[in-house]
Design a protein around this ligand. Structure first.
Ligand code: SAH
Length: 366
């Protein structure tokens, strides 16, 4: 819900100061309406139901992947699309992937979000409403800002949302903010805001290749970005997660693993997460399983800790880099690359929200 509007309406109703907190606590624990907030006077509950929409986002579409990953497409009050994803893991982890902007102004060549029109920064309430949507379904315990947008270009709202995530069940240590390397934001995160994790989308160990893949590298070159990350590490005493997308014949050669290892000093400051490429129709091909394993081995031989990211939700275009507010997963020409991990699952269910939110159309695919 729009927490500013809530404060405003509570003030004009001359309600005591603790009411906003009461309302928020109910919402953060997964309440579905003001009616459930039984420690609020009945009259106030009715008034709020009329004056403050329960969510700042309207649910437009939902899809459930065969691996349990669920994607929701929302619209803001001014018609901007926003997507969020819930990943369900066997060990009980429930991880949210939230968006910080509608669309993205950056133009990373491998990412679907960069191909849609940039809308605007989301408010803290619009970020939290993505989390609350899933919290109403079940308890959640992890969150990453890896949906649409560059979170460090909207840092005030992102930090304000992070402050409240523990109330929703997500500790700061289980919250990760992922950036292309937006230096002013990294510097601020070293000094202010809650103790959340930092992830850097690196993808290449040399300046020229990185600029080709991510034009933002011309503005904030990788050497400077890594220096900023090291300052963050020194202040926060946490390792920086380095994300490295594996693109066949582009950045997956042995020498490139060696160059990456040379860059990540001191070792204890970084941990690498190798990301299998998810098809976005960009023309790249993902590295195969063997190439990813060899790249990882080359890093580990040099003392760099490295893991390979599990790919989730690819069959509903909910995986990293695939969020582009499209209702259907589109057939991409790069869909059959060898490294597609555990992809290939069928789309098990799609739901189209309708006005009353009750009737669902179920479409089963083979
Ligand atoms: N703007 C931020 C957060 C959004 S992207 C950032 O770039 O970090 C979240 C992660 O998904 C980033 O590491 C991004 O590089 C990665 N990603 C983008 N496109 C992808 C694709 N097609 N396949 C796999 N990962 C992708």
């Amino acid at each position: 819900m729009d927490l500013h509007l809530l404060d405003d309406r509570l003030a004009s109703a001359a309600e005591p100061g603790f009411r906003a907190r009461q309302v928020w606590e109910w919402a953060a624990r997964g309440a579905g309406s003001y009616q459930e907030m039984t420690n609020l006077p009945a009259g106030l509950r009715e008034r709020l139901a009329e004056e403050v929409p329960f969510s700042s986002l309207r649910l437009v579409h939902e899809a459930l992947a065969s691996d349990g990953t669920e994607k929701a497409l929302f619209e803001t009050h001014d018609g901007r699309p926003v997507e969020a994803v819930l990943m369900r893991y066997r060990d009980g982890r429930r991880s949210l992937c939230v968006s910080s902007q509608s669309g993205c102004p950056l133009t990373c060549t491998f990412c679907a979000t960069g191909t849609m029109r940039f809308g605007r920064n989301l408010t803290a309430s619009e970020i939290l409403d993505q989390a609350l949507h899933f919290r109403r379904k079940e308890a959640v315990n992890h969150a990453v800002f890896m949906g649409m947008g560059e979170p460090l270009m909207n840092l005030d709202a992102v930090l304000a949302a992070c402050e409240r995530l523990p109330d929703v069940g997500i500790a700061h240590s289980n919250t990760g903010v992922s950036t292309v390397g937006w230096i002013p934001g990294i510097e601020r995160m070293a000094e202010e805001g809650p103790a959340v994790r930092l992830a850097l989308s690196l993808h290449a160990a040399d300046e020229a290749l990185r600029s080709e893949l991510m034009p933002v590298n011309d503005r904030y070159p990788l050497r400077d970005v890594l220096a900023a990350c090291l300052r963050w590490h020194e202040r926060r005493r946490r390792q920086v997660f380095v994300e490295y997308l594996m693109l066949e014949g582009v950045n997956d050669r042995y020498e490139q693993a060696v160059a990456l290892a040379e860059l990540l000093e001191p070792r204890r400051a970084f941990k690498v997460n190798l990301i299998p490429y998810n098809p976005t129709g960009s023309g790249y091909r993902g590295s195969g399983r063997d190439a990813i394993a060899a790249f990882r081995a080359a890093l580990e031989e040099r003392g760099v800790r490295a893991t390979v990211r599990l790919t989730r939700g690819r069959d509903i275009a909910a995986a990293c880099g695939q969020l582009a507010a499209r209702r259907e997963p589109r057939p991409a020409e790069d869909q059959h690359e060898p490294g597609r991990g555990d992809g290939g699952e069928a789309l098990v269910e799609e739901r189209h929200a309708v006005e009353d939110g009750k009737a669902w159309g179920h479409i089963a695919h083979e």
